[in-house]
Design a protein around this ligand. Sequence first.
Ligand code: PLP
Length: 446
Amino acid sequence: MSLDHTGKPAVAPNDLSAFWMPFTANRQFKENPRMLVASKDMHYTSADGRQILDGTAGLWCCNAGHCRPKIVEAIQRSAAELDYAPAFQMGHPAAFELANRLVDMAPDAFNHIFFTNSGSESVDTALKIALAYHRARGEGQRTRLIGREKGYHGVGFGGISVGGLVNNRRVFGTLLNGVDHLPHTYLPEENRWSKGLPEHGAWLAEDLERKIALHGADTIAAVIVEPVAGSAGVILPPKGYLEKLRAITKKHGILLIFDEVITGFGRLGTPFAADFFGVMPDMMTTAKGLTSGTVPMGAVFTTAEVHDAFMTGPEHMIELFHGYTYSGSPIACAAALATQEVYREEGLFQRTAEIAPYWEEALHSLKGTKHVIDIRNLGLIGAIELEPIAGEPTKRAFSAFLKAYEKGILIRTTGDIIAMSPPLIIGKEHVDQLVGTIKDVLEALD
Ligand SMILES: Cc1ncc(COP(=O)(O)O)c(C=O)c1O
């Protein structure tokens, strides 16, 4: 056995124990690892040399598909040209170019961008901006944040506080105080088998009026929701729901934040969910598809009204005491610029809108398949909900995930729900393969 520089026995590089894997059943994984070693377009290559069709765009992020030459080259070029530039009190051209590019593609109301490195950081950034915005305008008593049951906003303390998934919250202490939650919009009895947006449940937005009556509007800084909830198992907003939230927040001077970490960059066939629904929040949090998952990066979009509230003090003073070492780092900016170029050149958002009806029909053809109790879809998002095994929730879906991987497709499960969000370059033959394989897997499953 070789020794490391401290004289301890060196760990073999392929020993799996040192890496504590995120959101993973570590012991199960290490008994039976699923290793990916390469990727191209719609496929991963597994360590045992199989082609795995990517039904999830990695983790909802590789919207342009994998290892696209334009993005790869941009990253390589940037790494060789300007590896890093300080993010505070210094700049580099690509960050400004990217911010302009993002503002151009966003709905008109958005004209400022704050860069982060992830969805979680984008969420914490937006929540902090919301609090500081009210304070800057002399309404510092607006400190309350309102999220929603079953919401997922990443794993920072801000994000888990406004989030509403119990496993992500319950062992982490008291979280932020002064947070309240709207009811979720998962209404299976009323909305089962809906194609696209469900009909029932817009009234749930009116709960916000009750929260306002309880706390007082002038104590509430912001409401944050995912326009389409992903991690909870794909929960779609009922028709008219987001419009109501917007009307109520506007009436009471409360900022509305859309967490567009999964919906941003084309997932619904439009640049953002705000475009798709025609509902304009005051801030949008994004990440993932910004760089097609290649380099960690996030971006918070704000209106001029929010941004300008900060631009008031002496000009030599920092206006917002917030930012990250890697905010707008050169390599991430290069990746994001090239990614946006690929989306534009290949018309991938439009393409998503075009293939979405085929996707919808293919998914709903699984109605009647063993174990399936609901199917939901929007844009290139799909969810297949399974009947849980009595007393063993999540086990059936996890078995389906493992079997599907054996059969050459990558899906994702949360609870007993199979969630899919393929790269936007998906073809009809891939849709057929995904749906056909899932059918085979479910029919063979206990
Ligand atoms: C809606 C939403 N917000 C935030 C996040 C967190 O993003 P990250 O994992 O990049 O921190 C996610 C991740 O899935 C998400 O779906």
